[in-house]
Design a binder for this molecule. Structure first.
Ligand SMILES: *[C@@H]1O[C@H](CO)[C@@H](O)[C@H](O)[C@H]1NC(C)=O
Length: 112
């Protein structure tokens, strides 16, 4: 596993155990594909960032959004699980988990 893959896995795993007691229910939400998702400024910025991939690698943007929405849909159908997860961290972890795939030398996502 490449280093970036390891970091990605750790980010997503971290999202599932972080910040117990955080009151995500007070944070703003919106709906995407009829799935309720958290909608904080940080999440909006992450979505904006991954949208940069649409002209370059459309499959990557779609994969990142599906990853986030799949998890959000699972949380929305299990209140116990949803209460134990930092939904903002989950959103950021899933949205950014594959940015290391962009291996172009001029990629803005990694330094030389
Ligand atoms: C909901 O999530 C909890 C915690 O992960 C789990 O123990 C429980 O089995 C889940 N309930 C359902 C109906 O999947």
């Amino acid at each position: 596993m490449k280093f970036s893959g390891l970091v990605s896995c750790l980010a997503v795993v971290g999202a599932t155990v972080a910040a117990p007691g955080r009151k995500d229910k007070h944070l703003p939400t919106t709906k995407i594909a009829n799935i309720e998702v958290i909608n904080t400024p940080l999440v909006q910025d992450a979505v904006k960032l991954v949208k940069n991939f649409i002209p370059l690698q459309p499959y990557l943007y779609n994969h990142l959004m599906r990853s986030w929405l799949y998890g959000a849909a699972a949380f929305n159908n299990n209140a116990t699980l949803k209460a134990s997860v930092d939904l903002e961290l989950h959103a950021i972890g899933t949205l950014l988990h594959d940015l290391g795939w962009d291996m172009r030398p001029d990629s803005p996502w990694h330094s030389p």
